[in-house]
Write a protein that binds this ligand. Structure first.
Ligand code: BG6
Length: 492
C-alpha cells in the first residue's frame, strides 16, 4: 500500500478512454489496496451529469467477480466526485480548484500533502488548453503535481516537438508522464529481466548470433466506426511509431547502468538515435478490402470514413536497421495490421544457422516472447527424437504463464502504469528526447505516404486474412527463414 495522500483528477471523465481504461484501472488498484490510503478521484469533463450519472458511466466496464468486489466498488464510489466545466475558461478551472481544495480540507491534508495527478483522458485538440488551465489555476506549487498524457503526440517530428514545447513551457519534464500503454504490459516489462538477469541470453544477443528480429502486432478487427480518427493516422502512427518501437527498443538497447528510470531511458534514447530513418524500399504497405464471402467490410466501405479514396495503410511491414556495433546488418522487422486472421502480439528473435552443422533438418533457434494473448516465453531448439531414432527434431522450452502461474491475475497495463505514476517512477513512460528520436525514424516515410504526388504502392488484403500475399517475400528478403517456424502454422 502506498501511504500518503493524493487527488487524482481525470480530465475527460465522460469519454471512452476514461470509462474503458482509466476508471477500471483505478478501481483495480483501489480494490487491491494499491491506491494511497487517502485518495480522492475527481472526474472532470464538459458534460453536465449528476454524481450518479457519472458513476454509472465510469463503472460500466468494471468487472465484478465476487460479492467482495461489489462491496469494494461501493467503497470506491465514496472516494469519487464529478465536476463539469469547460476546457478553455478560467472560471471552470477556478471552480475545479476550489472543489479540489475543499476535498483536501475535508481530508485534513496539510499543504505539503496536497499532491495532485492530472490524468488527461482527452483528445489531442485540447491537450494544450487543458494543460494551460491546470497550470494557471489548479497546479499546487507546495506539493507534487503530475501530468499524465497519452498519444497521439503529434503527427510527425515537427508537430510532436511543438506539442512538447508547449507542454514543456508549463510542466517540468519530471512532472510529465507520457503513456505508451504497451510499456505497462506484463511481457513488455519482462524484456529487461529476461535479457539482463540471464547469462545465456546476454552473450548471444548480437549480430554474431541473431539473424533477424520480428515484432508482430495482429488484430482481428477493422477500424469500423473509428475510421474518422484512424484515417488521419494510419497503422504506423497508431501502433508502430510507439508500441512496437518501444518493444524494439527494449530488445535492442544496451544494459543500463542501473534500473533507475533515467538510466533506462538514457539507453533507450541512445539506441533510437542509432536507427536510420526507414527507407521506402524497406516498407510494405497494405489496406484491407472486404472478405471473400462479403460478410466483412473493406476499409473504404466504413461509413465513418470521410475520404472514400483514402490511401491510409491499415497494414505495414517495415524493416529497421540499427547502426551500432551490436546490431549492424540485423533487420528488425515490425509488422502490424488491422482486420487480420487473429489477435496476437509477439517478438521472434531468430538466431543464425549452426555453422558446420552435423545434422540434417535442423531448424534455426528462435526465442519467442508472446506479449498477448496467453503470455509466454518459449525457445525453439533442436533435440534428438526420443527413442531409437537419431533424427533431430525441433521442439521447445516453454514457459506459458497460464500453465505455470495459475493463480496469478496479470494486471491491466493501465493499472501498472498508474501505480508507477503514484510511485513517481518514470521508467515505463516516454521521455521527451525519446519521443523525438522515435519520430525521426518514421517521419520521412510518413511524409512520403501522406504526399499524394508520391503514390507509394499500397497492396490489398482481404479482411480476416494473414495479411497481404507480398508479406512472405518481404520477411524472407529481410532474413526470416519461414521453413522452420511455427509463426504461420502452429496455433498456441
Ligand atoms: C491503441 C491503438 O494505441 O492500441 C488501437 O490506438 C489498438 O488502434 C490498441 O487497437 C491496441 O492495444 P491492445 O492493448 O489492445 O493491444
Amino acid at each position: 500500500e502506498l501511504h500518503g495522500a493524493v487527488t487524482i483528477v481525470v480530465l475527460g471523465a465522460s469519454g471512452d478512454l476514461a470509462k474503458k481504461k482509466t476508471y477500471p484501472a483505478l478501481f483495480g488498484l483501489f480494490k487491491n489496496g494499491f491506491l494511497p490510503s487517502n485518495t480522492h478521484i475527481v472526474g472532470y469533463a464538459r458534460t453536465k451529469m449528476t454524481h450518479d450519472q457519472y458513476l454509472e458511466r465510469v463503472t460500466q466496464y468494471i468487472k465484478l467477480g465476487t460479492e467482495e468486489d461489489k462491496a469494494k466498488l461501493n467503497a470506491f464510489k465514496q472516494v469519487t466526485s464529478y465536476q463539469s466545466g469547460q476546457y478553455d475558461q478560467a472560471e471552470s478551472w477556478i471552480a475545479l480548484n476550489q472543489a479540489i481544495e475543499q476535498s483536501e480540507q475535508d481530508r485534513q491534508l496539510q499543504p505539503a500533502q496536497r499532491n495532485r495527478v492530472y490524468y488527461m483522458a482527452l483528445p489531442p485538440s485540447v491537450f494544450i488548453p487543458v494543460a494551460q488551465g491546470i497550470k494557471q489555476h489548479v497546479y499546487n506549487a507546495t506539493a507534487i503535481n503530475r501530468l499524465v498524457v497519452e498519444k497521439p503526440f503529434g503527427m510527425d517530428t515537427e508537430s510532436s516537438n511543438e506539442l512538447g514545447d508547449a507542454l514543456g513551457a508549463l510542466f517540468k519534464e519530471e512532472e510529465i508522464y507520457r503513456i505508451d500503454h504497451y510499456l505497462g504490459k506484463e511481457m513488455v516489462k519482462n524484456v529487461m529481466n529476461l535479457r539482463f538477469a540471464n547469462i545465456f541470453f546476454a552473450h548471444a544477443w548480437d549480430r554474431q548470433f541473431i539473424d533477424n528480429v520480428q515484432i508482430t502486432f495482429k488484430e482481428p478487427f477493422g477500424t469500423e466506426g473509428r475510421g474518422g480518427y484512424f484515417d488521419d493516422f494510419g497503422i504506423i502512427r497508431d501502433v508502430m511509431q510507439n508500441h512496437l518501437l518501444q518493444v524494439l527498443t527494449l530488445i535492442a538497447m544496451e544494459r543500463p547502468i542501473s534500473t533507475d528510470s533515467e538510466a533506462i531511458r538514457d539507453e533507450k534514447v541512445k539506441v533510437l538515435k542509432c536507427i536510420r530513418p526507414i527507407k521506402l524500399d524497406n516498407a510494405l504497405l497494405g489496406q484491407y478490402v472486404g472478405d471473400l464471402d462479403g460478410k466483412k467490410p473493406g476499409y473504404l466501405d466504413d461509413d465513418s470514413l470521410k475520404n472514400k479514396e483514402s490511401q491510409t495503410p491499415t497494414f505495414a511491414a517495415l524493416a529497421l536497421f540499427i547502426e551500432n556495433e551490436r546490431w549492424e546488418g540485423v533487420p528488425f522487422v515490425l509488422k502490424a495490421g488491422k482486420a487480420l486472421n487473429e489477435a496476437k502480439v509477439e517478438v521472434r528473435i531468430q538466431f543464425k544457422n549452426v555453422a558446420g552443422n552435423l545434422y540434417d533438418d535442423t531448424a534455426r533457434n528462435e526465442l519467442v516472447i508472446r506479449i498477448q494473448p496467453k503470455e509466454s516465453v518459449y525457445m525453439k531448439f533442436n533435440s534428438k527424437q526420443p527413442g531409437l531414432s537419431y533424427q533431430t527434431i525441433q521442439t521447445d522450452l516453454d514457459l506459458s504463464y497460464h500453465d505455470r502461474y495459475t493463480d496469478l491475475a496479470i494486471p491491466d497495463a493501465y493499472e501498472s502504469l498508474i501505480l508507477d505514476v503514484l510511485r513517481n517512477d518514470h521508467s515505463n513512460f516516454v521521455r521527451d528526447d525519446e519521443l523525438e528520436a522515435s519520430w525521426k525514424i518514421f517521419t520521412p516515410l510518413l511524409h512520403a505516404i501522406d504526399d499524394p504526388k508520391q503514390h507509394l504502392p499500397l497492396v490489398t488484403y482481404p479482411y480476416g486474412s494473414r495479411g497481404p500475399q507480398e508479406l512472405n517475400a518481404f520477411v524472407e528478403k529481410f532474413g526470416y527463414d519461414r521453413s522452420n517456424s511455427d509463426a504461420y502454422t502452429w496455433p498456441r
